[in-house]
Design a protein around this ligand. Structure first.
Ligand code: PEP
Length: 259
């Protein structure tokens, strides 16, 4: 089953506010136990272990999963302030976002750094949501596919087809659509997602590509989720702003369940 909806809380919410939001989302999922979408949230790192403990207590058959928003490119060592993929795993976290455009643009994460982080996270046994996407000038120049291809080829270059199959989800996030209110049209999203699936097929096998979840991110909200998720290669979403309101996030999950 390819369907995934993942919330990216970014640097938002104090710990108790986040706990309340997480509980509301978990409760909303429990009320729809038959939904077939895998649901994740990515709260700020300092809250993850506590939230993981809290989720362990829930008895609902529909699980809410936790993801980190990034991890270090290094392992253990003298790297003040960094936290490693192994630390996340030991704190009960199974997923990590890597290569978000806000990390690439705001924190100097080059394709090379992203590749190191992906490799470490996979070695630690985490599932990686690998973010990719072009800036507006690349799209205007007709270079969006070449750009995204470069990001994905580089990020996955150290992984075997089996590691990609078991540990990687792709999130296509056109940078011009993130937090701007401007969404890619369903056709633009489908075109890029189909391109990414062909690329994954070339890097791995057609069978692996067929089962690879490819998520769309960029101002996805309840009003446009249904149309985006109706596209054959759009398997769900990575949701920023709308993941901070339980009702909106759950409406997007419902749109995915119904797709
Ligand atoms: C994101 O941060 O990954 C994102 C898609 O944000 P938004 O939904 O707010 O555009």
């Amino acid at each position: 089953m390819r369907k995934i909806v993942a919330g990216n809380w970014k640097s938002q919410k104090l710990m108790d506010e986040g706990l309340e939001l997480m509980r509301a989302i978990a409760e909303g999922l429990a009320n729809h136990p038959d939904g077939d979408t895998t649901v994740l949230i990515s709260p700020p790192a300092p809250y993850l272990a506590l939230y993981a403990n809290e989720l362990r207590k829930t008895t609902s058959s529909r699980k809410l999963n936790l993801s980190a928003q990034q991890c270090a490119a290094q392992g253990f060592g003298a790297f003040t302030g960094e936290f490693t993929a192994e630390m996340l795993k030991s704190a009960g976290i199974q997923h990590v976002l890597i290569g978000h455009s806000e990390r690439r643009d705001g924190f100097g994460e080059s394709n090379e750094v992203v590749q190191k982080k992906v490799t470490r996270a996979v070695s630690a046994g985490l599932k990686v949501i690998l973010c990719c996407g072009e800036h507006l000038d690349r799209r205007q120049a007709g270079e969006e596919e070449a750009w995204v291809e470069g990001q994905i080829q580089s990020a996955l270059s150290d992984l075997s087809p089996e590691q990609i199959q078991n540990h990687v989800v792709i999130a296509y996030e056109p940078v011009w659509a993130i937090g701007t209110g401007e969404t890619a049209t369903a056709q633009q999203a489908q075109q890029m997602h189909a391109f990414i699936r062909r690329l994954i097929s070339n890097i791995t096998t057609p069978e692996i590509a067929k089962h690879m979840p490819i998520l769309y991110g960029g101002s996805c909200k309840p009003s446009n989720a249904q149309e985006l998720f109706a596209e054959p290669d759009v398997d769900g979403g990575l949701i920023g702003g709308a993941s901070l309101v339980a009702e909106d996030f759950l409406a997007i999950v419902a749109a995915s369940d119904q797709a």
